[in-house]
Design a protein around this ligand. Structure first.
Ligand SMILES: Cc1cc2nc3c(=O)[nH]c(=O)nc-3n(C[C@H](O)[C@H](O)[C@H](O)COP(=O)(O)OP(=O)(O)OC[C@H]3O[C@@H](n4cnc5c(N)ncnc54)[C@H](O)[C@@H]3O)c2cc1C
Length: 431
């Protein structure tokens, strides 16, 4: 329906490098040299995996950070970091990366539905392209001592009878393949659980049957309409989903949407590739904002269903973090904050578990994870349901226009820091 992401597409990546003047991140280790015992293998070098790998390396673990993509790589995302994400980066000593990469401070959130608009001040937040953020975090992990192996696809072995002291993963890089072993695996592979063998029935995910799918595209600076001002997040809601627009540090417009799959399918068009652009354009116009030229035929990219979670977020010698541990909807712009917080929180646990594994760690991470982001995901899920009723959102917009203060508690909640609640919790005593 929507073009899947082609992270490893060399033409696409070459274009990104030129546009962003970013250096490719070279592998720090070959697949054959990676064939040794690791304290921790981290699968996926998004914000969650990179932060986990960095923190683990700082704690003294030997860490292999693996990603199937080559970096820099793009990612369907609204590219907004909220106060919670910024506070986590600050507390890890990574706050300087935000300004160093030219992030655009956000001041205003403008919600439009049925030709009604409400504007809210954003207390803290920035827009920073994922291509820059993710490169900065991978480099921070490498600087801390993690080894980085890009363009390598991982499948976590489910056969636990081999040797219970390790967790095995099959790594495929080009025509090479190797069975790697680690005392702990941190799964940070994002939506869709691609690390899992699709034939394995035990690793299934619970997917919300009303789930929307994600879609995104970048518009070059020359195509950005004048009314799209830097520092403002434009959020347009309609029957077929919602679309967020934000100007990035390089002047491009990040267009990210959560779309109803049935609305996409019901569109009358010969070209499947145009469906997200057509639906996003109709949502923008329905909300009352002007039509954006070039959006329909822009090269949209898509995601699988968004609202999902695995049956459990830990297993024998494995902890799951970030989107891989469950995602809801992008409306509140919290996914990066959740990935950073769970990546930072898992590090001391994974470090300790690599020294001496205890089955109690499984339950511990399941509870810690729920404590860390469970409540926020419930709020996000509620908002996702509200957004299915543009009439109700219209009433909310009118109410906010009369009394803007009613939205403040929600904004404060979304921006509140989550990290402290687990990093300060005592890890289970080793037997
Ligand atoms: C439309 C949309 C808009 C969004 N807008 C925002 C926003 O404005 N703000 C916000 O905070 N969040 C937003 N999000 C959510 C945010 O993008 C995610 O929550 C965030 O990227 C999660 O980070 P992660 O590290 O868990 O996973 P990811 O960033 O997805 O990284 C996972 C990595 O794992 C790698 N990988 C996958 N499978 C394998 C494998 N088998 N072997 C090796 N590597 C593998 C991938 O290549 C990828 O690099 C949005 C999401 C969508 C869909």
């Amino acid at each position: 329906m929507i073009t899947p992401l082609h992270h490893g597409d060399s033409n696409f990546n070459a274009g990104l490098l030129t546009a962003h003047k970013l250096q490719p991140i070279n592998t720090t280790i070959t697949l054959s040299d990676a064939n040794r015992i690791w304290d921790v293998i981290v699968v996926g070098a998004g914000p969650g995996g990179s932060v986990a790998a960095r923190q683990l390396a700082l704690l003294g673990s030997s860490v292999l950070l693996v990603d199937r993509a080559s970096f820099p790589r793009s990612k369907v995302c609204g590219s907004c970091l909220n106060g919670n994400a910024l506070a986590t980066l600050d507390s890890l000593g990574l706050g300087h990366l935000i300004a160093a990469n030219g992030a655009v401070p956000l001041r205003k959130f403008q919600l439009s539905v049925r030709k009604r608009t409400a504007s809210l001040q954003i207390p803290t937040g920035v827009a920073l392209s994922r291509i820059r953020l993710d490169v900065a975090l991978v480099n921070a992990a490498i600087d801390a001592g993690a080894q980085f192996l890009p363009e390598t696809n991982i499948v976590v072995e489910q056969n636990l009878t081999r040797n219970k002291k390790y967790r095995y993963v099959t790594a495929r890089c080009g025509s090479g393949q190797s069975l790697l072993k680690a005392r702990i695996v941190v799964a940070a592979d994002g939506l869709g659980a691609r690390r899992v063998d699709p034939k394995d029935p035990t690793r299934s995910q619970i997917i919300d049957r009303h789930s929307r799918v994600g879609a995104g595209v970048m518009l070059e600076k020359i195509h950005v309409p004048d009314w799209c001002k830097p520092g403002v997040v434009f959020m347009c809601c309609g029957k077929g989903g919602y679309v967020g627009l934000v100007v990035l540090e390089d002047g491009r417009l990040d267009v990210a949407a959560a779309l109803d799959p049935m609305s996409l399918l019901s569109l009358e068009t010969e070209k499947n590739q145009s469906r997200p652009g057509i639906l996003a354009t109709s949502i923008i116009v329905e909300s009352g904002l002007p039509r954006i030229d070039n959006l329909v035929y822009a090269p949209w990219r898509g995601t699988t269903q968004l609202t999902r979670r695995p049956k459990q977020v830990a297993d024998h010698r494995m902890f799951v973090i970030g989107d891989a541990a469950g995602y809801v909807e992008p409306f509140t712009g919290e996914g990066i904050a959740w990935a950073l917080a769970t990546g930072a929180a898992v590090a001391p646990l994974a470090h300790k578990a690599s020294q001496q594994w205890q089955p109690a760690f499984v339950d511990y991470w399941c509870k810690s994870h729920a404590g860390l982001i469970g409540r926020r995901q419930r709020i996000c899920r509620l908002m996702g349901q509200l957004l299915r009723h543009p009439g109700l959102v219209g009433l909310a917009v009118s109410a906010i226009n009369i009394a803007p203060a009613i939205a403040r508690p929600i904004f404060n909640q979304l921006n509140a820091t989550t990290l402290d609640c687990t990093t300060n919790r005592r890890l289970p005593e080793l037997a």
